[in-house]
Every structure is written in C-alpha cells, then in structure tokens.
Design a protein around this ligand. Structure first.
Ligand SMILES: [Zn+2]
Length: 134
C-alpha cells in the first residue's frame, strides 16, 4: 500500500469556490462519501471535482497539506494554517515526497538522507554528548 498511487481531489460548489481538498487512492468513492454524508454535501457541484494523481500516498498527502494551507478550502479543518513556505520547508517537502526518512531523534522533524538515521544537527549533538556509562 505504501507505493500505491494516490490522488488529491478538490470539491467545488456551483460557483467554482473550493469547498474541500482530500487525498485518496479511490477518489470517486471519497467524493461520493462527501456528497452524501457530509452536512455540506449538497453544496458540492458533482461536475466541479478535479483529481490530480501522485505516484505515492506520501506525495499525495504532502500535496494535500500544501493545498489546504495555501488554498483555504471552506470545509477542511484538520491542518493549521502555516507561515508561507520557506526554501528550507520546500526542500523538506521535496525530500519527503521522494520517500526520504525523518531523523530518528525524538521530536525532530528534519528529513535525513536515505541511509542516515539522524539529521546533520543531531549527528553532531550525538557525537558531542559525554559518555553515559562509567
Ligand atoms: Zn534531527
């Protein structure tokens, strides 16, 4: 399932306003769910849905978060609005979308290179730490 292709879909109302952005491996089913199960489902223009495909779930999930943060769909609530993307944040998004892992240090959100377990900062602090046993 990790390498399954996935989509980002956008639901619009009859006037073209963006109502909701989501990601799914089966967007038709998700769109149907939103139209019939959400309180705002009647606002969805059934011909106004767009679907954009990505090679992996992770890439689609990243694109969904970016879309929610930058396009302000009316009914998405899950993602906090973030400050504008910095070059550094953009670099991490690209690395994440290519499947690079995170630093294993607790709480660290840095993306590492494929064969590394810690980001450059935590490699340094780990080396500098005094020995614990003794
Ligand atoms: Zn780190």
């Amino acid at each position: 399932m990790t390498d399954e292709r996935a989509s980002v879909y956008r639901l619009h109302d009859a006037k073209g306003a963006l109502l909701y952005v989501g990601y799914s491996v089966s967007p038709k089913e998700r769109v149907r769910f939103h139209r019939y199960s959400q309180t705002w489902g009647h606002e969805v223009d059934k011909d106004g849905t767009t679907v954009q495909w990505f090679p992996t779930m992770a890439a689609a999930a990243d694109a969904e978060v970016d879309a929610i943060r930058s396009e302000f769909p009316k009914f998405n609530k899950r993602v906090q609005r973030a400050p504008a993307a910095t070059p550094e944040r953009r670099r991490r998004q690209i690395l994440r979308s290519r499947g690079y892992p995170y630093c294993t240090e607790t709480g660290c959100k840095e993306v590492t290179l494929r064969d590394e377990r810690r980001c450059p900062e935590h490699v340094e602090t780990t080396k500098a730490a005094p020995p614990r046993e003794g």
